[in-house]
Design a protein around this ligand. Structure first.
Ligand code: PLP
Length: 404
């Protein structure tokens, strides 16, 4: 008897933790040190959890051993409501908030509750690939709209409009963006909302990097820009609060909820089916949102994250045939390999060869549903010196690397 994966998994992929990870693990088991630039996991690079969050979890741990309400504990949901009130989102109440084991779980729930076989969801290209994977897993079709590298990686509104069909149910907006680091201006977000309004689309706003902003760039919370478009906003503690391992995030429903009663009934049922999110980690939410926002110190000029972004941007653009748009937010650089200089035909092979030779693990651009093998992404989390050394090593590798 042979057990095979279900047909549902055909076309579902998540390359950030894809097959190359096993090769990286094998190298480490063989005694090599591998620089893991594939996942946005701040803890790996010496970022500590804010003390007040840890203390709050420890204090509450003795009372956190039972299931909670499926949506999550009230103090945490109240803190989320308050956060979005401050950000200008109208009409959010505690029952519009669902806590989850990270944003990842909530993305799966939100899409599963919405998508029927053959339904289409507009997803950016490049994307954070969980979105595409989850839409496909739900039986839907991820239709990719172009983000334009020549225009700061902003979404192309005409391209979005051209791809809306009678089957389109929703549009995903990732802002600040992973993998490009783009942060979208208000007018662009209003343009997206306008399309959603005209075509009756739900907006799925992934704003997990909303506090990781460089050069004084302002983040506009999409849900605050319209009260007549049903919007689900996703956010959590993994990035801004550097506690990815706690698996804590939230989803907030805003807009004309009266037209979404059936959908919300489905979402509530899925929320109940997973019983509840991990309860100790829910206690971190109120402490995080109510406390000192320590991320600010890291993204100010001269702050650690800004310095690392600067080093990554400069060192990358110094490599012949490599360029990168300056990231305005998030924790990544999405680098372009000029096809006239570096003729990569298989970018997964490129990533594997780089790993084997330099022991540096990055992720191929096609892993972000980018259509050509001419980009790769790495995290800007290592200390500036380490990052600079790593990028210089990538440059040395590229100087002699040939695929064709
Ligand atoms: N959304 C984006 C854009 C991300 O980059 C990530 C993680 O890298 C997630 C969602 C998932 O985050 P979580 O740790 O909350 O599941």
């Amino acid at each position: 008897m042979e057990f095979r994966q279900s047909n549902k998994l055909k076309d579902v992929c998540y390359e950030i933790r894809g097959p190359v990870v096993d090769r990286a693990n094998a190298l480490e088991e063989a005694g090599h040190s591998v620089l893991r630039l594939n996942t946005g996991n701040p803890a790996t690079f010496g970022f500590e959890a804010p003390e007040e969050i840890v203390q709050d979890i420890i204090r509450n741990l003795p009372n956190a051993h039972g299931y909670s309400d499926s949506r999550g504990i009230l103090p945490a949901r109240r803190a989320v409501v308050q956060y979005y009130q401050q950000r200008g989102v109208p009409g959010v109440a505690v029952n519009d908030v669902f806590l989850g084991n990270g944003v990842s779980e909530l993305i799966q729930m939100a899409v599963t509750a919405l998508v029927d076989d053959g339904d289409e969801v507009l997803v950016p290209m490049p994307d954070y690939p969980l979105w595409t994977a989850v839409v496909r897993l739900a039986g839907g079709k991820a239709v990719h709209y172009v983000c334009d590298e020549e225009a700061e990686w902003y979404p192309d509104l005409d391209d979005i409009a051209a791809k809306i069909t009678a089957r389109t149910k929703a549009i995903v907006v990732i802002n600040p963006n992973n993998p490009t680091g783009a942060v979208y201006p208000k007018e662009l977000l209003e343009g997206i909302l306008d399309l959603a309004r005209r075509h009756g689309l739900m907006v799925l706003a992934d704003e997990i990097y909303d506090k990781i902003l460089y050069d004084g760039t302002e983040h506009h919370c999409l849900a605050a820009l319209a009260d007549d478009v049903l919007t689900l906003t996703f956010n959590g503690l993994s990035k801004s609060y550097r506690v990815a391992g706690f698996r804590s995030g939230w989803l907030v429903v805003s807009g004309p909820k009266q037209h979404a009663a059936d959908y919300l009934e489905g979402l509530t049922m899925l929320s109940g089916m997973r019983l509840c999110p991990n309860v100790p980690a829910q206690y971190a939410v109120q402490a995080a949102l109510g406390g000192h926002q320590s991320i600010q110190d890291l993204v100010l000029p001269g702050g650690r994250l800004t310095e690392q972004r600067d080093v990554a941007y400069k060192a990358l653009n110094e490599i012949p045939g490599v360029s990168c748009v300056r990231p305005k937010g998030a924790l990544y650089a999405f680098a372009k390999l000029d096809p006239a200089v570096h003729r990569i035909v298989d970018d997964e092979q490129f990533v594997l060869d780089l790993l084997l030779r330099e022991k540096i693990h990055v992720v191929q651009g096609t892993g972000f549903n980018w259509p050509r093998p001419d980009h790769f992404r790495f995290v800007t989390l290592p200390r500036a010196d380490d990052l600079e050394t790593a990028i210089n090593r990538i440059g040395r590798f590229l100087a002699t690397y040939r695929q064709v």
